[in-house]
Design a protein around this ligand. Sequence first.
Ligand code: HEM
Length: 472
Amino acid sequence: MRPIAVQELFRLWSLQAGPVFTLQLGAKHWVILNTAQSVKDLIVDRSTIYSSRDLPSTLVDDIMGGVSKGGGFAFYPYGPEWRHLRRIAHGGLIKKKINEYQPIFDDRRNTLLANLWNEQLTTSTSTARDGFSLTRFIEHYTMTSILAIAFGNMCNFDAGDPRLHQAFSLTERTAAIFGPAEQMAEFFPMLKYLLPNRKQEYIDVRNNIEDFYGGLLAEFKERLQQDGDGVEDCFIKEIMQNGELTDLQMMNFITVFVGAGSETTASTLEWMIALLANEPGVQDKAYDEIQTNVGPFRLPGPEDESSLSYLQCVIHETLRLRPPAPLSVPHATSEDDVYNHWRIPKNTTVMINLHAIHKDPVRYPNPNVFDPDRHLDYVQRRAPQQRFSQTIDDRPHLAFSTGRRVCVGIHLAERSVYMAASALLACFRFERQDEHALIDVDTPKDLRSPTFAPSPYKVKLVARHDGVKDLF
Ligand code: HEM
């Protein structure tokens, strides 16, 4: 039997047990929400009760410094510490700020294109013939964009720099802690004594966070002390000048900020290219739209987004079909509650099965088909009026979740994905290694991981026209 991801298992169970079901896992009580209606009823309409977290203490205390002293707010329960840190994150991620960051996206996007150009079109014939993996180039784009927003222009990493890859894998290793293996020990506390002791792995993650993010912060602080006015404006400068966070808080905060933003955005782009390489017709339609509305002599910018409806649909459809966090981040109840006659006690873990919601055939007919056109009505008619709405029926998908814990980086993520996607499609056609074999878009890189990235794949890049190299 083929192993399946836990979100798909939950979806299949929901078809038998009903849209909301509970799991009693040893000492832990889980409720799984598999429909948009139940998410609206609980996560949105009863958000004061359903917006907490109850995650393993390894993550909250050992790695993220503890609720009262640390800064890893994504994993903290609902309360004043979370609210304080979330407010600071929100301040750096509101729409107005994203426009201020635009020069960073322009620069990072050009570097991404130049790196791909060099890899495919000016290196060995075998690269041109066999194609190559985009992973390290896309990771470089997402990670260095966010690092530049946080630290200004001091973080100069080449694509493939092992330190960048290490920082990327830190996010995966941190996320794995709320994946199945660690949670089992939480379900059955006895197992903590019986299972192999993973303490060394956590100490290692903690040390790596201190080396990478702690090192960047120390370097930044030194620059600020030496020449405060000479250091360009950036998010960390603002936080330091406001003096609201301790060094420990800042280190955890930036780990969460960069980690949450880089891996999710990178896997969205990787899924998108894989899906488009499998659907050349969709890819050509997106390219034609760019040619018609932007032309061949410049790259699309944010001002073109509203005229690139089909591209917006491609991005929405990628996030619907392959949400990077298919079970969101587990919520928890902060009080006892009753829903449809069921008692849901305080400290129940509440899983939002975004994957199941995105596969609902009533909301999305033929849900397994990659069909960007299904979002056209939203993009052309509804979105302009509902730009800032986060409610469920106003959004084409729930990949960013909803309610009080909705992804705080949503505007940054949307801009980052749009900038890369529009540029990549304006410059290149992405072709499969073997035109007779589809890229595997069904098997994720790691079935056990709470994040959802594609298995490694290679594609060939073909320049769309002779003037491509002059665009970046
Ligand atoms: C395509 C890209 C992204 C996707 C799909 C995504 C998705 C999500 C999801 C599903 C959650 C959990 C929400 C919940 O608990 O219900 C979340 C939380 C979060 N995201 Fe994102 N995210 C993305 C990009 C970003 C970016 C760019 C940043 C910031 C730079 C970011 C920062 C965060 C933070 C800090 C949280 C925790 C919020 C909290 O607990 O209050 N994310 N995101």
